[in-house]
Design a protein around this ligand. Structure first.
Ligand SMILES: Cc1ncc(COP(=O)(O)O)c(C=O)c1O
Length: 281
């Protein structure tokens, strides 16, 4: 029987539930993480758990676990569900309380929930690339917090689906920010360009890995803003996340990107990423 982590308990999936007045459900008042496991190893575990704690802190949510305790709880869940290659979704809400916008007083216990999934890497898409569209970024101004409020992201992704694409690349005015669930990179004349880490984007863990790989390979990694026009004229485009890794975009708004093939810088970063998976522990 598949288990779900509810606070510190591993509960049978069919018995897992959260209260109707949980603030995550009512207000989206909570935060989350999504972490990948490869060959029984939680990939880049530390930065993910650290980001979860940072997100909690940024919204004034008190979480009684540290990185080590969280890692242990998640390891137990993954082991109970026999996940070798897959992922774990962890969400923490401000807890259950009568509906009132202000934080509950006295404060209530945060609710922690985690679920797992077994699946393989997206080999075919990594080799062939995906289609993306561009869309206005209508989200709030704290996109650095991995908050449960994802309506802007949900609407952007749904628009992508409507246009037969797998990702929506968002822009505020002219400036490209990030994908609906990924970071975005334009590659031009052998250099990588990506939005700087600030409140307009999530500081992706995969982005950190890509930055490391680029530095190791001597590929210039420019963290500065760029326009939608610059993106359209890129030689290669990549979107990255925990689940899609280093994903090439071969069509943007129906137009071919560069020569329409997965490019050499993308392939080089993918090769570096494969090695990173093998050495991360
Ligand atoms: C909006 C957004 N940006 C970027 C990312 C990439 O982050 P990571 O590489 O840590 O998965 C995600 C991942 O879900 C995301 O939702």
């Amino acid at each position: 029987m598949t288990k779900v982590l509810i606070n510190e308990h591993l509960v049978d999936e069919q018995d897992a539930s959260v209260p109707y007045n949980d603030r995550g459900y009512v207000f989206g008042d909570g935060i989350y993480e999504y972490i990948r496991t490869y060959n029984n190893n939680i990939f880049t575990a530390k930065p993910h758990f650290e980001r979860l704690l940072r997100s909690a802190k940024e919204i004034g949510l008190e979480l009684k676990y540290n990185v080590e305790e969280l890692t242990e709880l998640i390891q137990e869940l993954l082991a109970a569900n026999g996940v070798v290659n897959g992922g774990v979704y962890i969400q923490v809400t401000r807890g259950a309380a009568p509906r009132d916008h202000a934080f509950p007083t006295p404060s209530v216990e945060a609710n922690v929930m985690a679920i797992t999934k077994t699946y393989d890497r997206p080999y075919k898409l990594l080799e062939e690339g995906i289609n993306a569209i561009t869309t206005e970024d209508i989200r709030w101004l704290r996109c650095d917090i991995k908050s449960l409020n994802l309506l802007g992201n949900v609407l952007a992704k749904e628009r992508a689906v409507k246009y037969n694409a797998q990702e929506a690349i968002q822009h505020r005015g002219d400036i490209v920010t990030e994908g609906s669930s990924s970071n975005v990179y334009a590659i031009k004349a052998g250099e990588i360009y990506t939005h700087p880490v600030n409140n307009y984007i999530l500081n992706g863990i995969t982005r950190m890995v890509i930055k490391d790989i680029a530095q190791e390979k001597g590929i210039p990694f420019n963290e500065g803003t760029f326009t939608v026009d610059f993106l359209r004229n890129a030689d290669e485009i990549i979107v990255s996340s925990t689940s899609i890794e280093v994903m090439p975009v071969v069509k943007l708004d129906g137009e071919q990107v560069g020569d329409g093939e997965v490019g050499p810088i993308t392939k080089s970063l993918q090769e570096g990423f494969n090695r990173y998976i093998d050495t991360d522990s």
